[in-house]
Write a protein that binds this ligand. Structure first.
Ligand code: SF4
Length: 68
């Protein structure tokens, strides 16, 4: 998935990228652990989110390099 297909979660500091044995990739929202407004696996692309906080540049560039 590219950044456009993922939406805001692609560059959010709260996302954790999970890859299963079949090499499928899931975007897990770690805010869901403590805040009921969020779901663990949000529907993508995420276009608007009250919890969005942009990652530091080094984190988001790693994501882009991974082609996710
Ligand atoms: S806070 Fe919103 S944008 Fe960030 S990972 Fe969770 S659902 Fe995605």
């Amino acid at each position: 998935m590219n950044e456009r297909e993922v939406g805001l979660c692609a560059t959010c500091r709260w996302v954790q990228i999970v890859r299963n044995r079949r090499d499928s990739v899931f975007y897990r929202c770690t805010r869901a652990e403590t805040d009921a407004r969020f779901v663990r696996y949000p529907p993508l692309p995420m276009l608007r989110c009250p919890g969005y906080e942009r990652q530091a540049d080094d984190q988001s560039s790693n994501l882009r390099r991974g082609g996710l």
